[in-house]
Design a protein around this ligand. Structure first.
Ligand code: 2P0
Length: 324
């Protein structure tokens, strides 16, 4: 009744921003991501007799009530599938800089889904596992797979057709993803709250939905033909568009810090100098820069020379869930 799984986090190329059903984690738009090789969560789940509730330890420490509830609510779904009442001890090691624009919930719930399903002996295929991970955190649906992944939003009210699929394996196209850290203080508005507020109040949200299918199509094509410039252009535009929707929310949400702006301008300068590098930014101040592996060293060194850049971690496409 015990299993251990590892899941890498992912960075969205085309962002998931907005839910059509908050309880089932159903998105208003499809999204595309790359699973990364450097940031991950390893989770052990053990279901046991004679326990009166679930216990959740994150990096060796018992976590707070709010996190315990999230984990227990998720495990309730797994228990329902396995028709069991047993509670579990969950131990997670998180190698993701939390709350700084890296989706730790993506690797967290992907690893939890994989480990809990295995611990209870359930036989789920990847699609079913992806749909289950989605019920913990939307972006977790994508971390089941390695490489380039699309989470299709689906149409059904019960969410059965809202799961991710792999577009291209990690080994088929290597690109460099530089995680540029300009601030690591905990963000004030969570992604969950940020997207809710945007959907409910931003006049720009309808424009986001009007153009998303075009962005998705261009991204799928860029991935299929391994067209780096085409990918970078659409990825950068999509990230800026997502942040623009938030600026229109009431109250507005602004995740950018001074260092974020410096990196944005620096990337534009690099492009003018002939180096194809592009950025994307999640719900936080840090920036992920995409470049070709052949330009990685140059881009890394030039970004590191910016005074507000604190650290840079170089990532490449990583693999999907694995069992340890
Ligand atoms: C993404 N983000 O596609 C987008 C882009 C942040 C910006 O998915 O409410 O933690 O748990 O489903 O997945 C982060 O939000 O939100 C996220 P929930 P999640 O990666």
């Amino acid at each position: 009744m015990k299993a251990k799984a590892k899941a890498n986090t992912n960075i969205a190329l085309i962002k998931y921003w907005g839910k059509r059903d908050e309880k089932l984690f159903l998105p208003t738009n499809s999204s595309i991501s790359i699973t990364l090789d450097k940031f991950y969560t390893i989770t052990t789940v053990e279901f046991k007799e004679n326990m009166i509730n679930d216990k959740f330890y994150l990096n060796g420490k018992e976590s707070d009530k709010k996190e315990q509830i999230k984990i227990s609510n998720f495990l309730d779904k797994v228990r329902k599938l396995a028709r069991t009442n047993l509670y579990a001890i969950v131990e997670s090691e998180n190698k993701v800089p939390t709350a700084a624009g890296f989706a730790s919930s993506a690797s967290g719930f992907a690893a939890l889904a994989a480990a809990s399903v295995k611990a209870l002996g359930l036989k789920l295929n990847k699609i079913e596992l992806s749909a289950l991970a989605r019920c913990g955190s939307g972006s977790a649906s994508r971390s089941i797979y390695g490489g380039y992944v699309e989470w299709q939003k689906g149409q059904r009210l019960d969410g059965k057709d809202s799961f991710a699929r792999r577009l291209l394996p990690e080994s088929d196209w290597d690109i460099s993803i530089l995680s540029v850290i300009v601030a690591d203080n905990k963000k004030k508005v969570s992604s969950r709250e940020g997207m809710k507020r945007t959907v409910e109040s931003s006049p720009f949200y309808s424009a986001w939905l009007d153009t998303i299918e075009k962005d998705l199509k261009m991204t799928r094509e860029a991935i299929k033909y391994k067209d780096f410039e085409k990918l970078g252009e659409v990825v950068e535009r999509n990230a800026l568009k997502m942040h623009a929707t938030m600026l229109g929310a009431a109250e507005p949400i602004l995740y950018f810090k001074a260092g974020t702006m410096d990196v944005i301008h620096h990337i534009h300068d690099l492009r003018l100098s002939g180096i194809p590098a592009y950025f994307t930014i999640d719900a936080g101040p840090n920036v992920k820069v995409l470049c070709k592996p052949s330009d990685e060293k140059k881009v890394y060194e030039s970004l590191l020379s910016l005074p507000l850049v604190e650290d840079i971690i170089i990532c490449h496409p990583g693999n999907g869930i694995s069992y340890l």
